[in-house]
Design a binder for this molecule. Structure first.
Ligand code: ADP
Length: 322
């Protein structure tokens, strides 16, 4: 293999740039030519290719977002779209690909391998951490810390005004961000899609806290937990009794910003590992870190298998908040 392509795709995540830097520099050291593909599968289909040299990834390790930009591409869901993509790659002499993104990106990558035998290695980068085959995805730790900073600030107001706050964090259909933020922020309750809790239960828990003398509370709500999110939940709880509350949606402030040290290091390790995998002739795998070891997982498993929810941490956070 002489030329590889690299792209970022799906939702942006802090650490994508650090990962790109690691991919480019490792590949160059291996004697490969590296082509950066802009805007994920969108740029792949449009032929938005740019040669990457050592300096092209200078001074980016500290920045959130992605210098290659990211994109969502409807054409890639269709076999004809992927066939057009494979032709673009062949025309540019790109013999292997590194895809930095989440499970959607990996589904596209797997299809490209199945249908056109383009060797492709995935690197998990999404704030949601909802990918099997790695303890953490790139961007997760940064998102957790950004949300935690916001919760700490909200706690000052909650305490000063004796108020109850519902704080909604991101995570799509997974509660990983909510669990970490809730546990680290000392939340009185953590509501995640993985575990059922009805409004009456939530109300009763709040009232039990009030009876114990709690004057303020923070309830962390994962975005996927409740149709309508934290606003709707706060409204429903208010209907059950005299509880004054505020709802805050943290939203996109969780995505951007400088990546944490953990994310930069994970990104560097996985970037280098992905290039090694391609050079060794591997394909259709994702590189991840599990129990501090770099492992390769078949792409299909990354979305078909479910990453377990950390029930022990949830129980601990709950016990400590009572
Ligand atoms: P993420 O990679 O963060 O999960 P998306 O789910 O938006 O982000 O996926 C990114 C892109 O990957 C999509 O816009 C689409 O081009 C491609 N993709 C997603 N799912 C599939 C699929 N099932 N088949 C083919 N391509 C897909």
């Amino acid at each position: 293999m002489q030329t590889i392509g690299v792209f970022t795709s799906g939702g942006d995540a802090a650490g994508m740039n650090a990962c790109l830097r690691a991919v480019v520099r490792t590949a160059l050291r291996e004697g490969l030519r590296v082509i950066g593909i802009h805007r994920g599968y969108v740029g792949l289909l449009a032929g938005e290719f740019v040669a990457m040299d050592h300096a092209s990834v200078s001074n980016i390790i500290q920045f959130g977002g992605t210098i290659l930009k990211t994109g969502r591409c409807d054409d890639f869901y269709r076999p004809e779209g992927r066939a057009a993509g494979a032709r673009k790659l062949a025309d540019a002499g790109i013999e292997g690909l590194i895809a930095i993104g989440g499970d959607g990106t990996f589904r596209g990558a797997h299809a490209l391998w199945e249908e056109h035998k383009v060797p492709i290695i995935g690197i998990p980068a999404t704030i949601d951490n909802d990918v099997y085959g790695t303890d953490a995805t790139i961007g997760f730790d940064s998102a957790v810390n950004a949300a935690l900073d916001a919760i700490d600030r909200i706690r000052d107001t909650a305490t000063s005004h004796d108020r109850l706050f519902f704080v909604e964090v991101m995570g799509r259909q997974a509660g990983f961000i909510a669990l970490m933020v809730g546990a680290a922020g000392g939340a009185e309750m953590i509501l995640v899609p993985e575990l059922e809790a009805d409004t009456q239960q939530i109300y009763d828990t709040i009232m039990a806290g009030v009876e114990q003398g709690k004057t303020s509370s923070i309830i962390v709500v994962a975005e996927g937990d409740e149709e309508g999110g934290a606003l709707e939940l706060a409204r429903k709880v208010r209907q059950l009794g005299p509880i004054e509350s505020r709802a805050t949606i943290l939203g996109h402030i969780q995505r951007g910003g400088n990546p944490t040290a953990q994310d930069r290091i994970l990104a560097s390790e996985l970037g280098a590992a992905a290039v090694r995998a391609l050079v060794e002739g591997d394909a259709d795998k994702m590189v991840g870190r599990v129990d501090n070891r770099i492992v390769r997982t078949p792409l299909r498993d990354t979305w078909e298998k479910k990453k377990p929810f950390d029930q022990d941490l949830y129980d601990l956070a709950r016990a400590l908040a009572l």
